[in-house]
Design a protein around this ligand. Structure first.
Ligand code: ZN
Length: 324
């Protein structure tokens, strides 16, 4: 296949035990990764001085922390007459969702990259929405600078107007909400439009109706996502087998089943209030300035805003719980 360019570019949509499946305009290519790339990309993240010196921390444990994530745009060299490839470069990421690597708190593990939105799925009932968990997800999205889309399922199970206080609060903060039901089909077209042509990461506990919702958006989609989930639940190293499922309308879905919530683990406590849009502009105007934790200090601008009803008590409690 001499007509193939030596170098090509594509997007990683699946990986499994050191094998990367790269989507290109000419089809899918099964790639491995160059050992040079593997070594170069492993830096300790938490220790900032080390980042400056670009010191590779440890080569021994590298296999657990993958330098290539789902959604990465990579350059690769064709090998074996074009049937396989070797990834040589990961192009700069627009954004990323990461967590600390298991057993290696100081190392970063990127779960997915170049994400257009994080879709946070909650049921309106059975089980009831956990707003505190939603607030955590939203902080993660704010920290990663990825737009959030709140998707409520099973709307047919609640009375009209239930939870409107909470929902209108999120809308006032600028978050988009889609209210759906697979029983009466409300919101499904809207969700389908919102997913079109985008790379979306799904977050949501089991039981919120993700599979049925996805099947309603595109026949068979939920089943395909579910198959990946089952595979993930069986394996030990869940993040090494994530997969982006392509949509008929373009774009893709990355589900994150059975995985602990993404924590914005690199976030300092001092930056947490900045991840709450309604608190952001108040940070720095407390009596103790940037040293204020917005909990017990006198003259705290955020505590005052809560007392005056400008910041909701519920959201403020989420903030305090996240500090613990
Ligand atoms: Zn304060």
């Amino acid at each position: 296949m001499s007509q193939l360019p030596r170098h090509a570019q594509g997007v990683v949509y699946k990986k499994s035990l050191g094998t990367y499946f790269v989507h290109t305009p000419d089809g899918s290519v099964t790639c491995s990764i160059s050992s040079r790339l593997r070594k170069e990309l492993i830096y300790p993240i938490a220790d900032r001085s080390s980042i400056i010196h670009h010191r590779v921390q440890e080569v021994r444990d590298i296999r657990q922390i993958d330098p290539v994530a789902i959604g990465d745009c990579v350059r690769f060299l064709y090998a074996d007459e074009g049937s396989t490839g070797v990834i040589t470069e990961v192009l700069p990421r627009r954004n990323k969702l990461a967590r600390s690597a298991a057993g290696k708190k100081e190392l970063e593990q990127v779960i997915a990259a170049n994400i257009d939105q994080i879709v946070m799925v909650f049921a309106a009932a059975r089980p009831e929405p956990k707003w505190n968990l939603l607030d955590r997800y939203l902080v993660t999205a704010e920290a990663a600078e990825i737009p959030a889309l709140i998707c409520l399922t099973k709307l047919d199970l609640i009375d009209d107007g239930a939870f409107e206080d909470e929902l209108s609060e999120y809308q006032a903060l600028g978050y988009r909400i889609i209210r759906t039901s697979i029983v009466d089909q409300r919101g499904i077209d809207d969700l389908r439009d919102s997913l079109r042509g985008k790379t979306s990461v799904l977050i949501g506990k089991s039981g919120v109706g993700k599979t049925s919702l996805l099947n309603a958006v595109q026949p068979g989609l939920g089943l395909r996502v579910g198959e990946v989930s089952q595979r993930l639940n069986k394996g030990k190293h869940t993040t090494t087998q994530l997969e982006m499922i392509g949509l008929d309308t373009g774009g893709g879905i990355i589900d994150t089943p059975g995985m602990r919530e993404f924590e914005a683990w690199q976030l300092d406590d001092g930056d947490l209030a900045l991840m709450f849009p309604e608190m952001r502009s108040l940070v720095g105007s407390c009596r103790f300035g940037l040293d204020c934790t917005h909990t017990r200090e006198p003259g705290c601008a955020i505590v005052q805003a809560v007392a005056q009803g400008r910041v909701s008590e519920r959201r403020y409690h989420s903030y305090v719980r996240m500090l613990e």
